[in-house]
Structure formats: C-alpha cells, structure tokens
Design a protein around this ligand. Structure first.
Ligand code: TYD
Ligand code: MG
Length: 467
C-alpha cells in the first residue's frame, strides 16, 4: 500500500512550514501567505552518511582569505573586501541600484585580474552590456550570462578556474531541481541559495546574491536566506535623492556599523569620500529648527543636519512624525523637555527630519534633536557654525558619548567653530581650534536657546508700541 503523500505548506512571508493549510500563518501572523510546496526530500531516497575529515582549528591557509576590490566604500562595508568562499546577500528596493553597484564591483575585481562572473536572471546579456557601456565599463573583463538554473550555473562554473566573484542577480529568479516548488517561492529561494552556498564553500568563490525587498521593508523570500549567508548588506536611498547608502546588517567577517556612501549619477555610482560635505551641502543657513549633529557611523564621523518643525496643532491629538530617526527616542526627548525643561509641546505638532535621507541610530543625536526642536518652537536660529551632540537621560542630564575627539575633528575640518557637547567630555584630550560649550543638563541648553529666541521676536513689537 502506498504511503499517503505528506502535504507541505510554507509561509511565503517567514518560511515556516506546516502540514495543514490555514488562512493565517501561526508563526508570523501573515494572512493568506501559506502556499503548498514540495518538500526538499520528496522523490529522493535518504542516503547513508559519508565520512569526512575533521581538521584542527590551527592550520595554514595558503591564499589571502580576503581581497579588496578597490571601491573603498564597498570594501569598508564588507570589512575589507570579500572573503573567499563567503556568501553575501545584497538587499534593496527595486531600482535602487543593486545591479549597477555589483556590475561596478565585478569590473573592479576583473581589473585586478580576478575572475568575475555576473549572472543575470532578469536581464538579457545585451541589456547588461548596454548598462556596462553606460557605466564606462564596456571593456571590463567581466564574464556575463543570462541564466536561471542553479544546476546549470554550478555545472558551468565548476569547469575552468574558480571565479573569485560570482554575482547572482537576483536570487528570486533562480530555481533548482532539488526542490519541487514553483520558481519564486520561499522553498525555491532557500533551495537555490543552499546550492549556491555549497558551491561557494566547495570552491572558495565569493558569491553575492541580490535580493529584492518587499513593501514592508523585508527581503521577500530572501529573508529566509538571511541566516544561511555570511553577510547581509542593504542598499538604501530615498527615491528622490541621488545618494545611496550601503549598510551591513549582518557580517560574520566584519563590523556591522560601517556605511558606504554613493551618489547615483548619469554614468553610474560615484563614491562619496566625504559624506559630511554631501549631507550639509544644501543646508539652509540660519533658519530656525535646524541643528548640525556631529555623529559617527562606525569608525567614520558624519555631520548631518537635523530639522525640526514645531507648530500649534489643530488636532485633538498632536502629530508626531519622524523621518530618519527612532520615533521612540523622539518621544523620550519630548517627554524630558516637558518634564524637566518647562517646554510645553502637548499643544504642538512635531516633525523631525534627518536631511539627505540618512537614518541616524545613535542616542548621541538627542541633544541635536532637542536643540532643533526648541529652536523651531521659539523661532530662534541656532548659530550656523556650531555642531551638537550628546545623549539625554530621562533625568534630563546630558551624558557623554563615545569618540568625542573624532566628532570634533570632523567638525573642525568642515569649518565649524563651536561645539555644544556633554560636560564630562571636558577632561579628554582634544585638538585645539574649536570653542567648546559644555552642557550639563538639557534645561541649560533650552534656556540658552530660549533666551536667544525671545529677543528678536519681542524687539520689533516693542519698537512699534513705543512709536
Ligand atoms: P539598477 O541597478 O537597475 O537597480 P536595481 O538592480 O536595484 O533594481 O538601477 C536602476 C536605476 O538606476 C534606474 O532608475 C536608472 C538609474 N541609473 C542611473 O541613474 N545611472 C546609471 O548609470 C545607471 C546604470 C542607472
Ligand atoms: Mg537589478
């Protein structure tokens, strides 16, 4: 008697498998996401275990494990170049520039006499060539193919010298015979990635998988691949803005707090070696509600403009909207302003924006955000030659942050004259050149800004009254 066939339903959102169909995934709660897929082992007989060699941890590796491509912004984010046999997932919105970036990276490796292969499952070879010409890479020694079968790709690349870099654009277009699911499903994406990861580990080729991101910000399908790969990079940017930020979300072989900054031009991506200049370039000098934050992205200082708009609300519940910063931190700063600084904001809408589409993750931005908020509330422009940083605690104290010297150095390099910073930073050694104004509590900062703000506003009215 034939065994009853086991059904297998897989959530297309989180990859959880279940034996029964349901309207809602029990693991992640997504609706209508369960799709019947074949199991990886169906049709294949379980095989006996094979013996393998166990090696000591201490051993010699002949070849340089890591090779930089020479595109500094890319090398920094990967932790100094691609590690042999490693697999990296590059996620991002469609149209953000993933294919462009990887074609440039492949060309950079080819220029350094490494074999670089670019497989597109989305574009024909002619389209890839056209793009390369537009990027000025028409004569780069990159090998190109338009393919979607993982078995064919692995078989073809197992002949000849091992590629130093293999780009798969994108993982969602790949399919493998080892699983019975339809192309594009979670099971296929996972199966294809698994085969390519095995290829990378076996041959030592570094593989980059491109993954498209869905509306809710997750990498569709490839999300289930994230734990299988060695590194996950995300390529981000605002649609209307020209610059793009490459960020490491996970990296087994490097740091995860570094960013690479690029600008999308008519002839490809340009590296932005000094991002502070870019993020400050369109600064509205001297308007109320803007403060320059001296931040750090990994090991690199980065100056960005924090913009705030505080306006009386017409709604019962005032609006709080924030772009580029953590909404919870904004709520906290607002609460501290209300509780410890006498700033009433419950009747005001509050908007906070980090200029240039950058996303700040540091608590050190608290002081800059608070300064911008108060500046907007009292219509007092902050001095255009000052930078702000410091973390605010719930008690209203301004707490010291790491890497004060690097922040100050960057500010000085870009022509700033003053820094408003936590008091306890005073003891450290800094280069001279900036005048330092330390603040112990947020209330100190608020009263300093408020004192400046009330003068220009009341002066004209008094003049009229007198005349
Ligand atoms: P692409 O690399 O195809 O994005 P992805 O692979 O992430 O989907 O980039 C497409 C966008 O980039 C497209 O809107 C046009 C723009 N672009 C330029 O502005 N300059 C260029 O030199 C190239 C090649 C693309
Ligand atoms: Mg693409």
């Amino acid at each position: 008697m034939a065994a009853r066939e086991q059904k297998n339903f897989v959530c297309q959102s989180c990859g959880a498998a279940s034996a029964r169909w349901a309207g809602r995934c029990e693991a992640c709660g997504a609706w209508n996401a369960l799709v019947e897929e074949g199991t990886a082992m169906s049709g294949r007989a379980a095989r006996k275990g094979r013996l393998f060699a166990i090696e000591p941890l201490k051993g010699s590796t002949q070849e340089a494990p890591r090779v930089a491509c020479g595109i500094a912004e890319f090398d920094r984010v990967t932790g100094g170049g691609l590690v042999r046999g490693s697999v990296l997932l590059l996620g991002g919105d469609p149209g953000i520039g993933k294919s462009t970036l990887l074609l440039e990276v492949a060309a950079a490796y080819a220029r350094a006499h490494h074999r670089a292969v670019y497989i597109s499952g989305e574009e024909a070879v002619a389209q890839v060539r056209l793009r390369a010409e537009r990027l000025g890479l028409g004569d780069a020694a990159v090998e190109v193919a338009s393919e979607t079968s993982v078995e064919d790709i692995v078989a073809t690349l197992s002949h000849g010298s091992t590629p130093r870099l293999l780009v798969i654009d994108s993982i969602q277009t790949m399919w493998t015979q080892t699983v019975e699911a339809a192309p594009g499903t979670v099971t296929q994406v996972r199966g294809s990635a698994g085969e390519l990861i095995r290829f990378a580990k076996r041959t030592g080729a570094a593989v980059i998988l491109v993954g498209h991101v869905t509306k809710d910000g997750q990498i569709a399908g490839p999300r289930v691949v994230e734990h299988m790969v060695d590194a996950v990079l995300s390529f981000e940017g605002e649609g209307s803005q020209q610059f793009r930020i490459l960020r490491a979300i996970k990296n087994r072989f490097g740091p995860t707090d570094e960013i690479g900054v690029f600008e999308m031009t008519g002839t490809g991506l340009r590296q932005v070696a000094n991002p502070s200049e870019l993020f400050l370039s369109e600064r509205e000098l001297g308007s109320p509600g803007t403060a320059v934050f001296a931040g750090m992205e990994g090991t690199r200082p980065l100056l960005v403009e924090v913009q705030a708009l505080v306006a009386p609300t017409a709604l019962g519940t005032p609006r709080r909207a924030v772009v580029g910063w953590d909404p919870n931190r904004l709520s906290m700063v607002l609460a501290v302003l209300e509780a410890h600084c006498g700033v009433r904001l419950s009747g005001h809408d509050v908007y906070l924006n980090v200029a240039g589409g950058l996303r700040i993750q540091e608590p050190a931005a608290d002081v800059a955000a608070a300064a911008a908020l108060v500046s907007s509330l009292v219509h007092a422009p902050l001095s255009t030659d000052a930078v702000y940083f410091g973390e605010v605690s719930l008690s209203g104290a301004v707490r010291p942050v790491a890497q004060t010297a690097a922040r100050l150095k960057e500010a000085q390099k870009l022509g700033f004259m003053r820094a408003i910073l936590p008091e306890s930073a005073r003891g450290e050694e800094f280069e001279q050149g900036l005048s330092l104004a330390t603040v112990a509590t947020l209330a100190d900062l608020v009263s300093e800004i408020a004192a400046r703000g009330n003068k220009p506003r009341t002066a004209p009215s008094r003049g009229i009254a007198a005349g």
